[in-house]
Design a protein around this ligand. Structure first.
Ligand code: TRP
Length: 455
């Protein structure tokens, strides 16, 4: 049996712990990402790969690539090699629906996945692990399922293309070919091995022990016979935060034994809490994060009161030595969400050299986040139950590899035309118009998709 010792020992061989359930650094310090790459045995995403993405997609790489938010990978180069030869791949990502309201950190993998889908023009499967959260967060089955649907609306609001995207809930979808793959995976993983990778103990209930195959098998195209029939060799690329790596170390370890390709990964660092990079965003402290449901006033207050500043205590001192950008949260947040590279560099220089004050940086951050959250709020409000059903329907996606997006259009006249969509109430239609105003063409495309399938 091929076992990579380095991979297996990853979770307990060091003073920092990073696994799907716990992220903690040594003595409350920062996560050492270089060390994590070593520990896990993944590869650093270097500039040459990013240049390659630019060349292959003929567009500027996403901010999250340019600024190193996605910083590690496994076999991403192989997926690009294949793509260059004309072989496509599919994307797989997911969310554990443990809470109603998402914070900005939750949106990061989805914003990035949307970019990948658009840039490479490939299909996408999104797993909602309602079963996982039911077992780990002690939610009832019904409540986890409800949260999965609510979260699906936020995910759809990010602008995925309904003709290329399948969203599924484990409770609904597990069975058939998917379940067969789960059993195959389960047979390859001993209890010892699972304890090594995930840190399970004798006190954990057996539901937890049995879960990893569920998250593993969306990496295999044969788990989706309605999408990829006869395409068993199709490669899978998984964008995720690096805490999910243990699931996919396990998956990659067993794949060759099942005759399947290993999934490739592209992995992000964690989005810091308002209180600073040592802090953790915690569900029990609403002031540690900005939620997509926060009002403009709440966003402003949170940033002003809680965002950890690297500025100096007195203006004189600040003018003299400038801000410590290494620990400054407003700058950190801007580097995630301010698109304009020149403006970001300008802010860093002026602030770092003391000419700009914390208040000014916080003001700019407040503008950027308010606009983003507002755009999300409007798009989310336009997502109907029917749209959720459309994304979650087990259906073939006949144009999923096609380059042009026949349904992508932005134009209010077209939107008005599709108002004939019978199932939409007037309010919902109005919301779609709002989406157009904020440029969410994919949502409008979903309306069109729905109206077509009814004709
Ligand atoms: N376990 C993940 C969570 O708790 C959800 C998830 C399932 C996922 N499949 C995934 C995340 C694939 C990233 C990629 O959020």
């Amino acid at each position: 049996m091929e076992v990579d010792k380095k991979e297996e020992l990853a979770s307990d061989s060091s003073d920092q712990t990073v696994n799907p359930w716990e992220v903690s650094a040594k003595e409350g310090g920062k996560i050492d990402y270089d060390k994590l790459i070593d520990q896990f045995g993944c590869q650093r995403l270097d500039d040459s790969l990013i240049d390659r993405v630019q060349r292959l997609t003929s567009r500027q790489p996403h901010v999250f690539l340019r600024r190193g938010v996605f910083f590690a990978h496994r076999d991403f180069n192989e997926v690009l090699d294949a793509y260059e030869r004309g072989d496509k791949f599919y994307l797989y990502t997911g969310r554990g629906p443990s809470s109603e309201a998402l914070h900005l950190g939750h949106l990061i993998p989805f914003m990035f996945t949307k970019y990948l889908q658009e840039a490479f023009k490939v299909p996408l499967v999104i797993q909602l692990t309602d079963d996982e959260k039911c077992m780990w967060k002690n939610l009832s089955v019904e409540e986890s399922q409800r949260l999965a649907r609510e979260n699906a609306k936020d995910i759809i609001a990010c602008g995925f293309d309904v003709t290329k995207t399948f969203i599924f809930s484990d409770f609904d979808y597990v069975g058939g070919a998917f379940y067969k793959n789960m059993v195959k995976v389960a047979k390859c993983v001993t209890l010892n091995k699972a304890m090594g990778i995930f840190g399970f103990s004798g006190e954990d209930h057996i539901g937890k022990l049995s879960f990893p195959p569920v998250q593993a098998v969306p990496s295999f195209p044969s788990s989706f016979p309605h999408l990829f029939p006869g395409k068993d060799k199709l490669r899978c690329l998984i964008p995720c935060a690096i805490d999910q790596d243990p699931y996919f170390r396990m998956t990659r370890d067993v794949a060759p034994r099942l005759g399947y390709s290993k999934p490739a990964l592209i992995e992000s660092s964690f989005f810091p809490a308002l209180q600073g990079e040592n802090g953790k965003m915690s569900a029990s402290d609403p002031n540690s994060a900005i939620y997509v449901t926060d009002t403009a006033k709440e966003i402003k207050n949170k940033i002003n009161r809680y965002a950890f500043s690297g500025g100096q205590d007195s203006i004189e001192k600040h003018r003299e030595i400038g801000a410590n950008l290494e620990v400054d949260i407003p700058v950190k947040y801007l580097s995630f969400f301010l698109e304009d590279d020149t403006e970001l560099e300008h802010i860093k220089k002026e602030y770092g050299e003391g000419r700009m004050l914390t208040g000014e940086v916080k003001k700019r951050l407040t503008e950027v986040l308010t606009e983003m959250v507002e755009r999300h709020r409007m798009a989310r409000a336009a997502v109907t139950d029917e749209m959720v059903d459309a994304f979650m329907a087990v259906r073939p996606l006949p144009n999923m590899f096609e380059s042009e997006k026949p349904l992508d259009f932005v134009g209010s006249s077209l939107c008005r035309y599709y108002h004939c969509t019978r199932s939409m109430t007037r309010t919902q239609r109005k919301r779609v118009e709002e989406c157009l105003e904020v440029g969410n063409g994919c949502l409008v495309a979903t309306v069109k998709y729905l109206s077509n399938s009814y004709n």
